[in-house]
Design a protein around this ligand. Sequence first.
Ligand code: TYD
Length: 341
Amino acid sequence: MRPQPADDQERLNLIFETLDRINELSATHTVLVEGVKDIAALKNSGVEAQFFCVQSGGGPVRAAEALWKSGKSAIILTDWDRRGNTLAEDLKMNLVTLGVKFDRDIRADLSFLCKPYAKDVESLDSVILHLQKRILESQRGCNMKGKIVVVEGIDGSGKSTMCSRLAERLEGKGYRVRMTAEPTHDRIGAIIRSGSIPGISQSTEALLFIADRNDHTEAMERWAEDGAIVICDRYFASTIAYQSSGLDGTDVDRGWLLSMSERFVDTPDLTILLDIDPGISMARVSSRGEEISKFEKLEFLRRVREEYLRLAEEFGFEVIDASEDPESVVEEAMRRIEEVL
Ligand code: TYD
């Protein structure tokens, strides 16, 4: 009898070690699985190997013949469910007949480790996810503080989509996520958004953005304290970049904006700047067919972008090229977030 792993973390480590063993053997071994869904599950779990799908490849006889011709050995991963050992047994007999070497220990190890949660290879990735979630939850039980991640960028840089995608991805990994944005939709934020103060000066508007941020910062700190990962669409850099960039020829002094902001800002754990040429971002904004805001003007946005890049240098923002395809931009952002988690 093997000893049961001491806890979820040990079980997960042992699963990953077993998967690493498959990867190590993959140069000389073909992995025999039952169906195509098993391949997807293994790939999602980080297995890079050559697979042979026994059911769609013609059954145990064909699998054994193919292996014999290739001169490779086999790793049998079919039929984890102890009740249904038939396919694995058939494979074994055919491989023995042709003198093909095979490994069934890996199957037994994975089956043992996943047994409480899975009965087939297909559920391997959900077992891993399940364990990861439980580990995170128990860490949270030990009062794990959350994080504040800010996403910045000019209009049309893809911030909103990025925030939603990051939230989905992090939730999928078991984190509790709180999405938020500035201007907020709360009291002062709502006044700003309504545009209800005609002819408002840039400095007065800057003060409103900062006042809105004062309440919002407190709320974000509470959410993070409570263990959530807060994803905030725009923060103080928006005020510096937009209000100091001379909209309609009226800019606000950068130094004043920075010193005003300082008192009301909490340093985020990470700020991601989605950097993009305003020519491209404005084309995106126009194609949405939405009303164009007073801030969405090409020359102005060029200055905003320059200012953002300057702030990125000063405050150590992570700059990501947002003109790349959306999935790889999300991938890159996730990579940077995972470094601070
Ligand atoms: P935006 O992120 O576009 O909000 P939404 O997508 O919900 O409409 O923000 C609205 C505009 O507000 C945007 O053009 C930038 C501007 N803005 C500032 O000028 N200063 C600030 O401090 C903030 C937070 C936003």
